[in-house]
Write a protein that binds this ligand. Structure first.
Ligand SMILES: C[S@@+](CC[C@H](N)C(=O)[O-])C[C@H]1O[C@@H](n2cnc3c(N)ncnc32)[C@H](O)[C@@H]1O
Length: 307
């Protein structure tokens, strides 16, 4: 299944792409995926714009071949975790960047590929690793996690109200038979809710799978790390654009933008400012930007996106 880039027009606008038709610059697309955003950036900028793309997924290199052929030295793909942004940029001798794009989550290639184990609607191994070279997978967490650990994962990363009963059911079920596939885990979760409440059953499975994926890939730690590194790599006037797909990511992004753009960090009851803090960034969007109705109709995957 082809991946359709989300909020493309809005992303190009906030990345200030048009400014680089004539001038040199370096952009980083730290979530290359299918390369939809990368390609649009390269198409709408001049020969002096270099794009460094990053993806944890080793399969991304296949999709990067056509971009290398088309854009030559303007385009470089690095395999790695965006949490290591500074080290990855050191590898290619890049000091400062003019824009950083993070389009978080999974691509349609990953979601629709049953052997990757991301979807509870497709039967595959319980894998969920974005980086296939990583050791620990979702099956390892399900096989070794204690009730407390599993409950904590489902609660913190899935905000799942039935986290405790699901964790207990998993530990009881695996004492009979090891849970190794997405179908086995999905069936177990679905069996805990009455069939009449089919809507709730699907939401529960979605939340548990999301929670496991976040835990396997340590996604929230990586997000905090790349935001911190990104701020220190950006040149004066540089742009940072983040597209998030669920409330946990969204909260982290909002909190960090709020901190960076604040002009004072004194306690609210201080009569005068003594901290001397100056804002590090200017927020360009008052409110988050969400897709228009026609984009959601064309690409339902975009419905939860927030830029
Ligand atoms: C939503 S897709 C990006 C789609 C892309 N913008 C496009 O238009 O084709 C997110 C991609 O980011 C990658 N990714 C997620 N977390 C990452 C991380 N910590 N480091 C590097 N890549 C990551 C995923 O493997 C996935 O390919």
């Amino acid at each position: 299944m082809k991946h359709v880039p989300v909020l493309l027009t809005e992303t190009l606008k906030y990345l200030n792409v048009s400014r680089f038709r004539e001038r040199d610059g370096v952009f980083v697309d730290a979530t290359f995926g299918g390369g939809g955003h990368s390609m649009a950036i390269l198409d709408q900028t001049g020969q002096g714009l270099r794009l460094i793309a990053i993806d944890r997924d080793r399969a991304a290199s296949q999709r990067a071949i056509s971009l290398s052929q088309r854009y030559g030295e303007r385009f470089t793909l690095l395999q790695g975790n965006f949490a290591d942004l500074s080290q990855l940029l050191d590898e290619v001798q890049v000091k400062g960047i003019d824009a950083l794009l993070l389009d978080l989550g999974l691509s349609s290639y990953q979601l629709s590929n049953a052997p990757r184990g991301f979807s509870f609607q497709l039967d595959g191994p319980l894998d969920m690793r974005m980086d296939q070279g990583q050791e620990s997978s979702a099956a390892d967490i399900i096989r070794t996690g204690t009730v407390d650990q599993l409950r904590d994962i489902f609660r913190r990363f899935g905000e799942e109200p039935y986290a405790g009963s699901i964790a207990r059911a998993i530990v009881a079920a695996r004492s009979q038979k090891t849970i190794t596939t997405t179908r086995e885990l999905a069936d177990l979760i679905l069996s805990l809710t009455p069939p009449a409440k089919s809507h709730r059953r699907l939401h529960t499975a979605t939340r548990v799978f999301q929670a496991l994926r976040i835990a396997v890939n340590e996604e929230l730690q990586a997000l905090v790390a790349v935001l911190e590194a990104g701020l220190s790599c950006l040149n004066q006037g540089g742009r940072l654009v983040v597209i998030s797909y669920h409330s946990l990511e969204d909260r982290i992004v909002k909190r960090m933008f709020r901190q960076w753009s604040a002009s004072c960090s004194c306690p609210p009851d201080f009569p005068v400012c003594t901290c001397g803090k100056v804002p590090q960034v200017r927020r360009l969007t008052g409110k988050v930007v969400v897709p228009q109705v026609d984009e959601i109709e064309r690409n339902p995957r975009s419905r939860s996106a927030k830029l």
